[in-house]
Ligand binder design. Structure first.
Ligand SMILES: [Zn+2]
Length: 254
């Protein structure tokens, strides 16, 4: 398996990061992909990647909740890094109107700019979308072309939103612990998404699956996500692991 979205470079893992990586390897994870958040997280992310070469792979991008008055300077920093060295993706980027709508226009502009850079660099985009499907679809569709590819990470939308994404040629849907939650509609939606369009993720340290819900999440818990997808698709868990890994390898070219 590949954990396509994990923030294990954050301080939540400072005490036991080596053991977290060990447990991840033990459940069969072959790679952990690291989405950036903002200027505060770049150094720790790069450091972790260097420590686990070939296992941890960094992305570069500005997270929508980090878009504020200083977003142009923050974008300059992202661009500087993108021009300095290779990354596996531009992420995480997108729009989040759940926490704060103040910078809606700036979030849309930052998102679009980073999509343009991803296309120039032939990189996939990793999209964070929270209460902002209309805005995200608007920007993505404006920039859509044969080249644009990516994943809607931590997807929790409805069936119409899933179908709209499936209508894009080169986009995957990222599923994490939310799919295991008791009262989620997500299992019904995931049922309608073909296995060749799904990738696994944890979004660690957030969104731990049942029965760890509410506690710190870690990559090893990804098994529960694969298990739940297998259940709703009526497939063997090994088939789910295999296909989602193929999908992730193809999308991120790892
Ligand atoms: Zn994230």
């Amino acid at each position: 398996m590949i954990d396509t979205h994990s923030h294990i470079y954050l301080s939540e893992f400072d005490e036991d990061r080596a053991e977290v990586v060990e447990r991840a390897k033990r459940v069969g994870l072959k790679k952990i992909l690291l989405p950036n958040v903002d200027g505060e997280t770049i150094e720790a992310m790069h450091q972790l990647e260097g420590q686990y070469k070939g296992f941890c792979h960094a992305m570069m991008g500005l997270h929508p909740t980090s878009v504020d008055h200083n977003y142009r300077a923050a974008l300059d920093e992202v661009k500087k890094h993108l021009d300095t060295r290779p990354y596996i993706a531009v992420g995480e980027i997108g729009i989040d109107l759940y926490w704060d709508k103040t910078f809606r226009a700036e979030q849309m502009e930052a998102f679009e700019q980073q999509i343009i850079w991803a296309k120039e660099l032939n990189l996939p985009i990793v999209i964070h979308c929270r209460e902002a499907f209309a805005e995200v679809f608007e920007v993505v569709e404006k920039q859509m072309d044969d080249k644009l590819c990516g994943v809607f990470h931590s997807f929790t939308g409805n069936i119409e939103e899933a179908r709209r994404i499936l209508g894009y040629n080169n986009f995957m849907i990222g599923i994490n612990g939310v799919v295991t939650f008791k009262n989620t509609h997500l299992r019904e939606v995931v049922k309608e998404v073909p296995l060749n369009k799904l990738v696994l993720e944890t979004d660690a340290p957030y969104l731990a699956p049942v029965p760890k819900r509410g506690r710190r999440n870690e990559p090893a818990y990804i098994e529960k996500v694969a298990e739940t997808i297998a259940l709703v698709h009526g497939k063997d868990i090994e088939d789910v692991k295999k296909q989602t890994t193929i999908n992730a390898k193809q999308l991120f070219a790892v």
